[in-house]
Design a protein around this ligand. Structure first.
Ligand code: C2O
Ligand code: CU
Length: 494
């Protein structure tokens, strides 16, 4: 395995956070302050934003296996795959306007890449093997560089063999801070993720025919930030911004902070007028930013629960610590508006996108797959259960990339009618764009922007984009077993 050299850091300020180097090269030679490694480890309750005066934030992502305890003893630590010394990590915080340079170092035994979920970035930085870049082979590096145009709560993950790699923890967090955001007493990150591990701490199967062809295979252990029912400390009586992420591969969650006044202030990083946290189901890859008031006295606590299932399930506890913050009236403040280009709905053609099961589940034998030049790149699973507009990924003879689902004219606006023809939920995600969510035939839609929308069984949901970002953009279900068994395609903007 290639070994990572010590960073040559003569003129750079560098902070190590969980083994990941944060460096800022500033024109004036000034450094960067980042959350202390301890704060990152402790549960991400980290009020200290990155305050680099420079324009560039550098991060190194070393993808490899690392042992980490998920289950208590006597179970053994589990063989996670991560980008940093521990899951979850790294958490990259930067200010809007700064440029990110991220170097992937592939110390895995398979090729990989980094996809920046939710970021409207140039197509070449999107991290989809073969579609937007050559796969990064074992032992290789790949540098991504872009300036995120929007503030918000984003994340990043691989885009091939995702069912196993994400299943084993390969994901990092990218937070882009608004320069003009209201001040909060704490800004905490809460990642909801289940793990498919047995009692001994070993990983089980990540994909099953039964799961892949239905709602997906559920993990056996639920965690927040990799810990079972953790306590997350927050300043007493403080106004807390919590960034909730569903980074599970399968599960839908509907979060509540019991007994607290809590307001959703952003969806997938996109601000919306504050609304009570009272029914916002999140499928895999979906995020909400929530503002809540911490308990008034140190030692008091609030429960974070998932009420999506019949029995509300406790996920974590927020416990108040320290001297109480001065009493002020709790008022949810709106975040500064995002600059997503407004689609011209009057002149937007409607593109139907139908999500369905394949008429006949297609199977490929292992020998055929092994002989295909693109088999690994296409993330070809042995079975296909799903399709978009009756096209399964990959299409045809599997010797090449399938054609795009649709080609859009650059600069024009489009409405997609997402039709769920199945009895299952599908969180539908588009790369490089943010949907304006318009309407549904089955429920009242709160107008908002999102990069991933949860399609209910049999629902037809309308979303719109202005096709201003050229390239080939993946479009798929984010239940990873569905994605890997056909519910994936791409949209070309030219
Ligand atoms: Cu987070 Cu193609 O997805
Ligand atoms: Cu799906």
């Amino acid at each position: 395995m290639p070994h990572r050299l010590a960073d040559p850091l003569s003129r750079r300020a560098v902070l190590r956070a969980g083994g990941v180097a944060f460096a800022a090269t500033a024109l004036g030679g000034t450094g960067l302050t980042a959350p202390a490694a301890g704060a990152l480890k402790a549960g991400l309750a980290d009020p200290a934003p990155v305050t680099a005066s420079g324009d560039l934030v550098e991060v190194e992502l070393v993808a490899r296996q690392r042992m980490q305890r998920i289950l208590p003893e006597p179970a053994a630590p589990s063989p996670l795959i991560t980008y940093a010394d521990s899951f979850p990590g790294p958490i990259v915080r930067m200010r809007k306007g700064q440029r990110l340079r991220a170097t992937l170092v592939n110390e895995l035994e398979e090729h990989t890449s980094v996809h920046w979920h939710g970021i409207r970035l140039p197509n070449l930085e999107d991290g989809v093997p073969y579609l937007t870049q050559p796969p990064t082979r074992p032992g290789e590096r790949h540098v991504y560089e872009f300036t995120p145009p929007d503030a918000g709560s984003f994340f990043f993950h691989p885009h091939c063999n995702t069912v196993e790699l994400l299943g084993r923890g390969l994901a990092g967090i990218l937070i882009v801070e608004e320069p003009d955001a209201p001040k909060f007493d704490a800004d905490v990150v809460c990642l909801v993720k289940d793990w498919q591990i047995d009692k001994s701490g070993s990983f089980g199967t990540f994909i099953t025919d039964r799961g892949a062809s239905r709602a997906g295979t559920f993990g056996s252990v639920s965690t927040v930030n990799g810990a079972i029912d953790p306590v997350i400390e927050v300043p007493a009586n403080g106004d807390i911004r919590a960034r909730f992420y569903n980074i599970d591969s399968t599960r839908v969650v509907d979060l509540r902070i019991e007994g607290a006044e809590a307001w959703i202030v952003a969806v997938d990083g996109n601000p919306l007028p504050p609304r009570p946290l009272d029914g916002w189901p999140m499928g895999p890859a979906m995020r909400i930013d929530v503002l809540f008031r911490a308990p008034a006295k140190a030692g008091q606590s609030l429960r974070l629960t998932n009420v999506y299932s019949a029995e509300p399930k406790p996920l974590a506890t927020f416990r108040a610590i320290g001297p109480a913050r001065p009493n002020k009236r709790f008022k949810p403040r709106a975040l500064p508006a995002a600059g997503i280009p407004e689609p011209d709905l009057k002149n937007a053609p409607v593109i139907p996108m139908a999500f369905s099961a394949t008429a006949v589940a297609q199977g490929f034998d292992a020998a055929t797959i092994a002989g295909l030049p693109y088999a690994d790149s296409l993330c070809l699973s042995e079975k296909t259960f799903w399709a978009i507009n009756q096209q399964s990924w990959p299409e045809g003879g599997h010797e090449r990339l399938p054609p795009p689902l649709v080609t859009l004219e650059k600069g024009r606006s489009y409405v997609f009618e997402l039709a769920n023809l199945t009895p299952h939920l599908h969180p539908i995600h588009i790369h490089g764009y943010t949907f304006k969510v318009l309407s549904s035939d089955g429920r009242k839609v709160v107008p908002h922007h999102a990069d991933t929308v949860l399609l209910e069984p049999k629902e037809r949901l309308r979303v719109a984009i202005k096709a201003d970002n050229p390239g080939d953009w993946m479009f798929h279900c984010h239940i990873i077993e569905h994605q890997d068994t056909g519910m994936m395609g791409y949209i070309r903007v030219a």
